[in-house]
Design a binder for this molecule. Structure first.
Ligand SMILES: Cc1cc2nc3c(=O)[nH]c(=O)nc-3n(C[C@H](O)[C@H](O)[C@H](O)COP(=O)(O)OP(=O)(O)OC[C@H]3O[C@@H](n4cnc5c(N)ncnc54)[C@H](O)[C@@H]3O)c2cc1C
Length: 379
């Protein structure tokens, strides 16, 4: 994953010289401080260029979010698994000691609900082995410790972008508070639903090819619910039916405490796609009740008896997300990730422009920032 810092610095120095070195023009503005935005900031900082990250929420991290209120170890409210080798953490952070934060996920026991009956089918748990998770830290900590460490002062929180005008050079970025920021390049990393919903007005409008690509991709409903129990009555995984273990729709209960440094019983419910919608549209307390009722039915009322507390992150209702992560119906992701005019760049889980067909993952979002910054360095 190579971005030439020298090439990038040379590019922005040339551009700054053309601009008469105007102080109020950024080399790069990054919209969004999630996995992609923070990785872009990390790379731009190393290259010594002038940039800011504009983030609508009151915290950085995006869908890398953690909770420390329910358990004695941090819980992953968004992305959790490392869907590739843990060495990717070293590669992304250009360090030697990030990969050791993660270990293989090793579920052993598994119940499957099929045809209204519960079966113990441990072989399905074994099929899930090989994925990695963080041991006592989180994806949020990874981005916070490695990517954001030196750039916190350049992340503007509570700063919602409403307009990108690239009809002129420098381009103008309009904020919800009425301010305008000028920059040579912009890297847009907002979630796909935010882009699709038109939260950011582009002037001129986005090319037809990109708008057409929107119709081939969805970012569906989904949530993470974590519950603490005073006894363990469940296996490592509870699957609902194998029709619902696809990239498009997924639902499972899972033993979050597995391989964690804890004696607490934390059970997670993760749902994404059409199976999540009936839950995700409920009020928070109704969603928790529905999950407990489901467990009570499966385990003879044990859930309600042992229930101690919960935390919930409903991504469908998150104002700057409105869904989980993208799923493509055959369209080419490269179209979504393509830059416009060599000045408006895209990075994030939905905007992978490589031909590997990967999307939705944390490491893909971070890697796409390498591609966007590399593209700027070549412009
Ligand atoms: C429930 C769930 C489970 C997941 N599980 C996994 C997993 O196990 N493994 C995995 O690899 N991935 C997983 N993912 C996906 C992973 O979390 C995402 O791929 C990754 O976090 C996306 O990063 P990003 O930078 O593309 O977007 P984000 O992290 O969403 O960053 C975009 C940022 O843009 C900001 N923003 C939005 N609108 C504006 C605006 N107008 N102006 C300024 N800022 C704005 C947002 O607030 C946000 O901070 C999961 C996601 C969810 C929701």
């Amino acid at each position: 994953m190579g971005v030439s810092a020298a090439a990038l610095t040379a590019t922005v120095n040339r551009v700054a010289a053309q601009n008469g070195g105007a102080d109020d023009v950024l080399d790069v503005a990054v919209i969004g401080a999630g996995a992609a935005g923070l990785t872009a900031g990390f790379l731009l900082d190393r290259a010594g260029v002038r940039f800011r990250i504009l983030e609508a929420a009151d915290i950085h991290g995006g869908r890398a979010r953690k909770d420390t209120s329910l358990a004695d170890f941090p819980l992953e409210m968004g992305g959790e698994w490392i869907h590739t080798t843990n060495q990717v953490l070293n590669t992304l952070s250009q360090s030697d000691d990030a990969a050791q934060r993660a270990a293989e996920w090793r579920p052993v026991t598994c119940d499957v609900l099929s045809g209204g009956r519960l079966y113990r089918e441990n072989r399905y748990a074994l099929e899930w082995r090989g994925e990695h998770r963080f041991i006592s830290t989180t994806w949020f900590d990874f981005f916070n410790d490695f990517m954001a460490r030196d750039i916190r002062g350049r992340i503007d929180l509570n700063t919602q972008v409403t307009r990108v005008d690239y009809s002129d050079d420098p381009l103008r970025i309009g904020l919800a508070n009425g301010e305008t920021i000028r920059a040579r390049h912009v890297i847009v990393t907002v979630p796909l639903n935010v882009l699709k919903d038109g939260d950011i007005h582009f002037e001129p409008e986005l090319p037809r090819s990109k708008q057409r690509a929107f119709s081939g991709v969805v970012m569906p409903d989904g949530f993470k619910l974590f519950m603490r129990f005073d006894e363990r009555f469940y296996p490592d995984m509870v699957l609902f039916d194998h029709g619902y273990q696809t990239p498009e729709a997924e639902i499972m209960f899972y033993n979050v405490s597995l391989d964690k440094p804890t004696g607490q019983n934390i059970l997670g419910l993760f749902a994404h796609g059409v199976v999540a919608t009936p839950y995700a549209t409920l009020k928070d307390n109704e969603l928790v009740r529905a999950a407990l009722d489901q467990l009570d039915q499966l385990y003879d009322g044990a859930a309600s008896r042992a229930f101690e507390g919960h935390v919930l992150q409903n991504w469908s209702k998150s104002p700057f997300h409105r869904g989980t992560y993208s799923y493509f119906h055959g369209s080419r992701p490269a179209t979504l990730g393509a830059s416009i005019d060599g000045r408006v760049h895209f990075a994030g889980e939905a905007y992978n422009r490589r031909s590997d067909g990967e999307w939705g993952y944390m490491h893909v979002a971070a890697r796409s920032a390498y591609d966007a910054v590399d593209e700027i360095s070549r412009s």
